[in-house]
Design a protein around this ligand. Structure first.
Ligand code: HEC
Ligand code: HEC
Ligand code: HEC
Ligand code: HEC
Length: 476
């Protein structure tokens, strides 16, 4: 069915280009960053792209309300208070917001608490179409120089321009292409995926995979950023696993980007791994779908059928994309999405709380470390369990679909996280009993301390946006 649709669309396009006024088609420079210039040739795609600046109806999504029409700020730390405990120690523990429309991406980095830009110019990598050019021109300075300095190397009129036509398209014929060679192309090479053999469907996901992936900011011994790369070592295309991501992070101390305040451990981090989770054998990936199939459905524009460039949550635009393949109707589909997301959210909250609790037990034990005799081997074992739990919770917590992109895998990862956290707690309790350290049965996460007054921005915790476990009301 998909094929038939693509063929008929192709037919429409060939027909259009024959009837279009040739004077209106202007030749674009091979480095044409300015979307206004592209607009002349492709007004409908431009219109959709530009609309990503408008708010979207928050009420239509259960878990991805974003920053939208109701005027509230939905931030992850308020939604999932356990995150404020385990992210304490750097920018993510101060301000960590839900995503919103593409148009705002660079502006939002400029507006976020300044601690989030501390890593330097490297932060611009998935926020500006100039990242590839800057990294080529300036080499290591692009990564390590202060954010504001690198930002000032972008031409003045584009210092707030986010993802642009050139990020995903060849100016010559608007075919899909990867602009960020220095990140995605390198990562694909590492997993032996030959881009020249990428299918059209691959490309419809890979353009998104330039940014909707996790990455590591490599540090030198003075904690200056020296590189950015995707932690895909030992993985394969279509099977990038959390296990391999964790192994890559733990492989080298230069991959540990920050020190966690509660435990004192040096840790790595995982960001928005939509591409990894979706392509890891999900039902829809195996059925041949790409990101664009659900986030850029075909729409009618004038006499044409085009890809909707107003990229957003499918729940917020009537699940139009889904209806092209599923005939059960909007309500049924909406309920199926909620069915999955409720289950993932429930396990995310439980495993996240268990991980935060483990961090607080470490905090108590660390205070007594010099005083009491502690079984070092058991301590290190518990630390390993803790790290395994932490990265898995961060992985699903940072992934933006609340599990929908790959429900079975999301639940598998979280149940492992939960088991690791509980094992870690058991080891620490035994260790504490032997060392004569009193660990109370109920651990206070001190959420108010971490949530209100988070740092520079002094954000206040809005309790009304907290996401509660949809099934289990018991406080573990
Ligand atoms: C250049 C990097 C980049 C590329 C390429 C990119 N995105 Fe994004 N995307 C982002 C960033 C950054 C945000 C968050 C923006 C913000 O909150 O200011 C985002 C937000 C989103 C959102 C949330 C929008 C909302 O209304 O809340 C969706 C959905 C999305 N992207 C899907 C996609 C899809 C699908 C593709 C590929 C067709 C894609 N993105 C390509 C960087 C990118
Ligand atoms: C995040 C990536 C991304 C960005 C940014 C983007 N596009 Fe696209 N665009 C796509 C994808 C994916 C398709 C579907 C292509 C396909 O299946 O061949 C597409 C399709 C198109 C097409 C082919 C006709 C159609 O609508 O399917 C044109 C023309 C186009 N885009 C123009 C633009 C213009 C102009 C801009 C900037 C205003 C832009 N695009 C920005 C990803 C992007
Ligand atoms: C089968 C359909 C489908 C496919 C394929 C798909 N998504 Fe999604 N995506 C969804 C749904 C449903 C949600 C949940 C939206 C919600 O809860 O509001 C979502 C959520 C998102 C979000 C968060 C949106 C928001 O408003 O905050 C982003 C970003 C995103 N997807 C990016 C991607 C990327 C990148 C790919 C490809 C690697 C992809 N999606 C593939 C259906 C899909
Ligand atoms: C291009 C076609 C296509 C689109 C678009 C599409 N799906 Fe699917 N969907 C499929 C196929 C094929 C399957 C697998 C069916 C099967 O194996 O029985 C599937 C399976 C599902 C399932 C069952 C999954 C499971 O693991 O049990 C749900 C729920 C679902 N889709 C919801 C959605 C939603 C919601 C959207 C839009 C955000 C969407 N789909 C978009 C083709 C599509």
């Amino acid at each position: 069915m998909k094929k038939v649709m693509l063929i008929s669309i192709f037919a429409i396009f060939t027909a259009c280009s024959k009837t279009a006024d040739p004077i209106k088609i202007s030749k674009l420079d091979k480095n044409e960053y300015e979307p206004e210039k592209w607009k002349v040739n492709y007004p409908y795609e431009y219109e959709g792209w530009e609309k990503t600046k408008d708010p979207t109806p928050a009420g239509k999504s259960y878990y991805k309300k974003g920053w939208d029409t109701d005027g509230k700020i939905y931030d992850k730390l308020s939604e999932f208070p356990f995150m404020s405990v385990i992210y304490k120690g750097w920018g993510f523990g101060i301000e960590y917001n839900e995503p919103r429309g593409h148009y705002h991406m660079l502006k939002d980095v400029l507006d976020v608490d300044s601690s989030r830009r501390k890593a330097g110019g490297v932060c611009l990598t998935c926020k500006t179409p100039y990242a590839q050019e800057l990294s080529q021109k300036h080499g290591i300075d692009y990564f390590s120089k202060p954010f504001d300095e690198v930002h000032s190397w972008i031409p003045k009129n584009h210092r707030e321009l986010g993802v642009a036509c050139i990020s995903c398209h060849n100016p010559e014929d608007a075919s899909l292409r990867i602009l960020n060679q220095f990140t995605l192309s390198k990562a694909l090479k590492k997993i032996n995926f030959d881009i020249s053999k990428a299918t059209h469907q691959d490309m419809r996901s890979l353009v998104c995979g330039q940014c909707h992936v996790s990455y590591i900011i490599k540090k030198d011994k003075d904690m200056k950023s020296v590189d950015v790369f995707f932690p895909w070592d030992s993985s394969k295309y279509g099977n990038i696993t959390i296990e391999n991501i964790i192994k890559t992070i733990k492989k080298d101390p230069s991959h540990l980007e920050w020190t966690q305040a509660v435990t004192g451990f040096k840790m790595g981090f995982i960001r928005h791994p939509e591409f990894e989770l979706f392509t890891n054998q999900s039902t829809h990936f195996k059925a041949g779908l790409s990101c664009a199939d659900c986030h850029m459905p075909y729409v009618r524009a004038g006499q044409y059928k085009i890809s909707d460039h107003r990229v957003m949550s499918p729940l917020k635009n009537g699940l139009r994309a889904c209806i092209q393949c599923h005939n059960q109707g909007e309500d049924w589909l909406r309920n199926r999405v909620k069915f999955t997301q409720d289950r993932v959210a429930s396990l995310l909250i439980k495993s996240g709380n268990a991980t935060a609790k483990l961090a607080k037990i470490f905090e108590r034990i660390n205070k007594e470390k010099g005083v009491k005799k502690i079984d070092e081997k058991a301590y290190l074992k518990a630390k390993e369990y803790y790290e395994e739990a932490f990265y898995r919770v961060v992985f699903i917590g940072a992934e933006n679909s609340m599990g929908f992109h790959n429900p079975q895998e999301a639940l598998r990862v979280l149940s492992d996280a939960y088991a690791f956290a509980l094992n870690g707690e058991a080891v620490l309790r035994e260790l504490s009993a032997k060392a004569g350290i009193n660990i109370p049965e109920k651990i206070d996460l001190e959420l108010n301390k971490y949530l209100s007054n988070r740092g520079e921005k002094k954000l206040n915790f809005d309790k009304s946006v907290e996401i509660k476990d949809p099934f289990c009301k018991t406080d573990f």
